[in-house]
Design a protein around this ligand. Structure first.
Ligand code: ADP
Ligand code: MG
Length: 356
């Protein structure tokens, strides 16, 4: 029968997107300047993420894939500020339970000699052998959900859509990660390996966007450089909002929005929700209310389509909560109403200026 571990793991790693997100974030946390993501059969057969980061030290081999092992969290303070993406120590342990999983890792000091680590379903180290490897870490996930038949069927049925969602997420990571080269490939059965997209390690955000979305996208783009000053929220406020407005400094009421957005030119916009990327302090995250507000302003300029948006919200870490749940993507902005109002006003002004 299925173990409790397998069932819980299925709550951390819910789909192809979560696998790729967790592995890419681990690579970024490891200080990589190059991340290669290789799919076989759109991820159904395998997903491999190779980085040139700091590698895993030998003293961590025994624990690295155990549940709740993390090298990243040292204090409660860390939990609230979160300089790194990871902090829960659940991704690798979950992948052991849900796939054929192994790691190859090498550190500079060890030269070209690396280690291949294989694990039991529980995350316990099963074998550790010498292999030749470049500096960094390669994590391989084969036959995802092989031991959760219903989930596996679901994945097989929806793989095209899931894979496209993964690629959209990778676009966002690749564009925002200045200083990191991304290379994504996919190989279908009995076909040649194809490059999906790649970026360079020495490129600007703008160059990354060009590489990922094509030079044509940039022609119709406006630079976003909004400085939002939010009034303290008035009206009925929740307990947490009240605490927030009394506890936090003025810094928390300043939000900068940096990035690019399509010019509202009739006929220029595209129906492209996969071309709308939002970040908070450079972390990719879904912000449905912000997305909605941006689209509303855009449409108010008589453009029927949706704009290309690449928007990084730079703000004080006191101004939001990262949801400490399996899906730590979700971010709660403390003063969302004020932010949305200010954003709409600034964006309207920007579009009006470009109309003249
Ligand atoms: P978390 O990221 O929350 O710490 P994970 O299960 O994703 O938990 O990873 C467990 C640990 O494995 C990390 O804390 C880190 O020490 C190590 N690790 C995982 N991936 C990498 C990598 N690509 N490079 C170096 N170390 C890694
Ligand atoms: Mg992690």
């Amino acid at each position: 029968g299925r173990s409790v571990h397998q069932i819980q793991s299925g709550q951390v790693i819910v789909d192809l997107v979560s696998v790729v997100k967790e592995l890419v974030e681990n690579s970024l946390d490891a200080g990589a300047t190059s991340v290669e993501i290789r799919f076989k059969n759109q991820g159904l057969d395998s997903i491999e993420v190779q980085d040139n980061g700091k590698g895993i030290p030998p003293e961590d081999f025994d624990t690295v894939a155990l549940k709740h092992y993390t090298s990243k969290l040292s204090t409660y303070e860390d939990l609230t500020s979160l300089d790194t993406f990871g902090f829960r120590g659940e991704a690798l342990s979950s992948l052991c339970a849900l796939s054929k999983f192994y790691i190859t890792t090498a550190r500079t000091e060890d030269g070209a000699v690396g280690r291949k680590l294989e694990f039991e379903i529980s995350g316990k180290l099963k074998s550790n052998s010498v292999v030749s490897a470049q500096k960094g870490t390669t994590v391989s996930v084969e036959d995802l959900f092989c031991n959760l038949p219903v989930r596996r069927k679901e994945l097989e049925k929806n793989v095209k859509r899931e894979y496209n969602k993964v690629i959209a997420h990778l676009h966002a990571y690749a564009c925002i990660s200045v200083g990191v080269r991304f290379a994504v490939t996919n190989q279908m059965p009995k076909a040649k390996k194809m490059t999906v997209f790649s970026t360079k390690s020495n490129a600007t955000t703008k160059e990354n966007i060009t590489n990922v979305f094509g030079a044509k996208t940039l022609v119709a783009l406006l630079k976003l450089e909004l400085r939002l000053e939010m009034e303290p929220s008035s009206g009925p406020s929740t307990q947490s909002a009240r605490n927030w407005s009394t506890q936090t400094s003025d810094r928390s009421r300043k939000v900068q929005v940096q990035g690019y957005i399509s010019k509202p030119v009739f006929g220029e916009g595209r129906q492209a929700p996969d071309r709308q990327m939002f970040f908070v302090n450079s972390r990719p995250c879904g912000l449905p209310q912000v997305t909605k507000a941006v689209n509303e302003v855009y449409r108010s300029f008589n453009v029927s389509q949706m704009p290309f948006v690449f928007a990084n919200l730079v703000m004080d870490t006191n101004a939001y909560d990262v949801n400490v749940s399996p899906d730590k993507r979700s971010i709660m902005l403390h003063d969302q109403t004020a932010l949305l109002e200010s954003l709409k006003a600034s964006l309207t002004e920007l579009f009006e200026q470009t109309e003249q």
